[in-house]
Design a protein around this ligand. Structure first.
Ligand code: PBG
Length: 322
């Protein structure tokens, strides 16, 4: 049917019609809220490049998590900033490490929210890389044991799900095996399976003080030019036992989300990363765009592309708007 028999605008005329034919809907169920835990008490210090986000000591973290829970957000993702870093990233798997303490505090105060932990070494190593460094190179196989130890320590602290973000080959299998052997066969793994070496992580690295001290992450994170490789990465992690596959960043990789949605039958998450959030907020502060509208449209586009859940710093803001 062509114009004038067909008029596309007929069903756009009224808001009720627009609501009735809307294909994609955002829901608070879609959101996972990432948070940064620090040592201390009463600490709530703003992260400059991520307006509205804070470094939170456990007591303050619990307050924010309560608010997220009251808004109906089903899960948070916890990152830790330790006081001390060392070459082996021991803070990552310490029993009283910052994330382990944060998990306990949150599960204690807000047991009904799901706590997911980021499993990585970069915030805890003095060199800032996500794996062990050996003669100036990132040693894949030497990192696996420490990553599995880290995931296990999170599960022991009470984490409901673990999310390895390091991009070492084989880490999902190693983590799955360790969790199973230690009595955590029921703890799911959300794998940062398709994680690109991206400039969009800039504000996060400032926030988490996790920028690599030499070189970059291109030897382990994916080349932004590749999409077939995304299928291989996702497939590998699924075979190793991942329960949820993540694509990261989200907005510049909507084609990857769309493509993977056709290829895989597991739930899929997308990480609306710090740079995506910072750009929207900065544009808003300049008065050049409406940051809130940009954020809501971005989240919708990520869902429309095929993501089942979205990690976003705008979770609270978006949940309030829905
Ligand atoms: C740790 C990690 C990073 C992010 C999540 N986990 C940083 C990185 O890989 O450099 C980025 C999150 C964001 O930018 O919001 N490996």
């Amino acid at each position: 049917m062509l114009f004038p028999d067909f008029r596309a605008r007929r069903l756009r005329e009224k808001e009720n019609f627009r609501r009735m034919i809307r294909e994609t809907k955002l829901s608070v169920d879609d959101f996972i809220y990432p948070l940064f835990a620090v040592e201390g008490k009463g600490v709530k210090s703003p992260i400059e490049s991520m307006p509205g986000q804070f470094h939170l000591s456990c007591d303050m973290l619990v307050k924010t998590v309560k608010q997220a829970h009251e808004l109906g957000i089903p899960a948070v993702m916890l990152f830790g900033l330790p006081d001390k870093k060392d070459p082996l990233g021991t803070g990552a798997y310490a029993k009283d490490g910052i994330v382990q303490k944060a998990v306990k505090a949150v599960k204690n105060a807000v047991p009904d929210i799901a706590v997911i932990t980021d499993v990585c070494l970069c915030q805890y190593t003095d060199h800032g890389h996500c794996g062990m460094v050996n003669k100036g190179k990132i040693d894949n196989d030497a990192s696996l044991d420490l990553l599995a130890k880290t995931a296990l320590s999170h599960a022991k602290a009470g984490a409901d799900m673990v999310a390895p973000s390091d991009m070492m080959d084989g880490r999902v299998g190693e983590i799955r095996q360790t969790l199973d052997e230690e009595g955590f066969s029921g703890t799911p793994i959300m794998s940062y399976a398709v994680k690109y070496a991206s400039a969009f992580y800039g504000p996060f690295r400032q926030a988490a003080e996790s920028a690599p001290q030499f070189g970059d992450r291109k030897t382990y994170q994916m080349d932004p030019a590749n999409s077939l490789e995304a299928i291989r990465e996702a497939t590998m992690d699924i075979e190793e036992g991942a329960d949820i596959i993540m694509v990261k960043p989200a907005l510049p990789y909507l084609d990857i989300i769309f493509r993977l949605r056709e290829e895989i039958d597991l739930p899929m998450a997308a990480y609306n990363v710090s740079g995506e959030f910072a750009i929207a907020k900065a544009g808003g502060l300049m008065g050049w765009v409406d940051a809130h509208k940009i954020i809501m449209e971005t989240l919708l586009s990520i869902k429309r592309a095929g993501a089942d859940m979205i990690l976003t710093y705008a979770a609270i803001e978006a949940a309030k708007a829905l």
